[in-house]
Write a protein that binds this ligand. Structure first.
Ligand SMILES: C[S@@+](CC[C@H](N)C(=O)[O-])C[C@H]1O[C@@H](n2cnc3c(N)ncnc32)[C@H](O)[C@@H]1O
Length: 254
């Protein structure tokens, strides 16, 4: 009980202390700084960097195989949104034709490590696009008419206040014709479980996605994978007030 309380307090304090040193910078910069620090210290990580925890590579191959089964073809343009250091991206770069893989993430330090882990010959032959997420880079990718966008293990690292940007960007790709998938844990009641991790509520994710004309449907319960498609008239309009209220209670800034 006491340990859990200390953990909760620390989860908030870490970001608050960072914010005092970095006034005005968003949570995603805090996330990127702490990952860059973990790289510098050669820390083992579950999904990022050269030093992955045991089992991580096997799980990423499982995700790649699952996505292929949805019908991805070698000539399709595929966007890996929150690609990290290309744990899954490397499989796609090998599988797809040249100029078909697009990896997007919040910070160039993360993308650079991913690039450095790829064999040079693969980069030269497949020419993957690696972009920092911004309105301009989303415009450029929309113009390439992506067929698929997937986002693995990303949503849980986005604080409630920032989910709108996430769904805005993903919705632009989906409305441009891409079929979307994301994978994340969810809970009946949203909660913050560590400094950089939330478990969001399905109802809340659905409601925010609908603000951008996107319908969410869980297509694999075991893996907690959701499919994103353009919403149609039958998709009910969410109760924005209750969504806002429930997330306001757990704003990233305590
Ligand atoms: C747990 S890692 C998963 C990386 C990769 N998808 C994988 O499965 O190997 C989470 C990734 O989400 C990215 N991320 C964090 N906040 C984000 C945001 N607001 N928008 C997009 N990506 C974000 C992080 O930089 C990080 O690369």
């Amino acid at each position: 009980m006491a340990r859990r309380l200390v953990g909760k307090v620390w989860a908030r304090a870490e970001f608050v202390l960072w914010s005092l040193r970095n006034p005005g910078r968003p949570f995603k910069d805090f996330y990127a700084d702490s990952i860059a620090c973990a790289f510098a210290n050669r820390k083992q990580h579950a999904s990022l960097g050269p030093n992955l925890k045991p089992g991580s590579a096997r799980r990423s191959k499982g995700t790649f195989d699952w996505l292929l089964k949805q019908g991805v073809q070698p000539h399709d343009v595929v966007v890996d949104y929150g690609c990290g250091t290309l744990r899954i991206g490397a499989y796609f770069i090998q599988y797809l034709d040249a100029d078909c893989y697009v990896g997007m993430d919040i910070d160039d330090r993360i993308l650079s490590v991913g690039r450095s882990l790829l064999p040079r010959a693969l980069i030269e032959s497949k020419r993957p696009t690696l972009e920092v997420i911004s309105p301009q880079s989303i415009d450029c990718i929309v113009a390439r008419a992506p067929k698929w966008v997937f986002s693995k293990g990303v949503v849980q690292h986005i604080p409630p206040d920032d989910l709108h940007d996430y769904f805005l960007n993903i919705s632009r790709l989906v409305h441009a014709g891409a079929t979307g998938f994301f994978r994340t844990r969810t809970a009946p009641v949203a909660k913050r479980i560590s400094t950089k991790t939330w478990v969001h509520g399905v109802g809340q994710l659905k409601a925010i996605a609908l603000c951008y004309g996107i319908a969410l449907r869980r297509v694999d319960a075991q893996r907690s994978i959701f499919k994103l498609t353009p919403a149609d008239r039958g998709d009910s309009v969410p109760n924005f007030k209750s969504v806002k209220e429930s997330y306001a209670k757990m704003s990233v800034n305590p």
